[in-house]
Ligand binder design. Structure first.
Ligand code: B4P
Length: 192
């Protein structure tokens, strides 16, 4: 079983690389952002709540996101492993994740951290905003807020996992062609 966290700021390519890795390794892909967006699309209570935060670039509250992650894991009891994309995003989420893994007797194998400059993140997200219809990608202030939230609440997890996993934390230059980034990720994962 392989459990991998794809880590990085908004627009760093987590979703893009997770899709490629999922088809290569036949792992389950859990993207908290995708689950929230599906709930918004279907106008569920969770979707209505999540939209209030996502539209302005804030994080959805930890207790909601942690419960969601836990129930997503339950959906795949026979899984060969998971790619976590967009979770954890706060230190409390990371602690809850540790507790959940311990309870389920699972282990985290590696964290792959995509490094991309702020200018490139803004450019990518604005570009996606034109085609995707995603509200949080259409407004530069919201994008800048998401990056600020990342810097304030999420980036601290790099040192958390670096200390926790040591040799299994990998920083990857995410400011290159999608296929070059994937080649690096694939070789890290296959040599692990
Ligand atoms: P997410 O859905 O996780 O979205 P993201 O961070 O914007 O996207 P990602 O990094 O996956 O970028 P992608 O590959 O798509 O989160 C959205 C919101 O949900 C959050 O702001 C928050 O409100 C909420 N949320 C989610 N998880 C949460 C949690 N755990 N706790 C609380 N709240 C949570 O790439 C972006 C664009 O770049 C795409 O258009 C892609 O085509 C392009 N791209 C990718 N790689 C490229 C490359 N190498 N070169 C050029 N372009 C590239």
């Amino acid at each position: 079983m392989k459990n991998i966290i794809l880590f990085g700021p908004p627009g760093s390519g987590k979703g893009t690389q997770a899709e490629l890795l999922m088809s290569e390794l036949k792992l389950n892909h859990i993207s908290t952002g995708d689950v929230f967006r599906n709930n918004i699309k279907n106008s569920t209570n969770l979707g209505k709540l999540a939209a209030k935060y996502m539209d302005s670039g804030q994080l959805v509250p930890d207790e909601v996101t942690i419960d969601l992650l836990s129930s997503e894991l339950e959906k795949f009891p026979q899984s060969k492993g998971f790619i976590f994309d967009g979770f954890p995003r706060t230190i409390d989420q990371a602690h809850a994740f540790d507790a959940l893994f311990k309870k389920k007797d699972l282990s985290l194998d590696m964290v792959l951290s995509l490094e991309v400059s702020e200018d490139e993140l803004v450019a990518r997200l604005l570009k996606r905003g034109i085609s995707s219809g995603r509200k949080d990608d259409q407004n530069k202030d919201v994008i800048l807020n998401r990056i600020q939230v990342y810097n304030q609440q999420t980036s601290i997890l790099k040192s958390y996992y670096l200390e926790k996993l040591n040799n299994s934390f990998f920083s990857i230059d995410g400011e290159r062609d999608v296929s070059l980034i994937f080649n690096d990720i694939n070789s890290i994962v296959s040599n692990y």
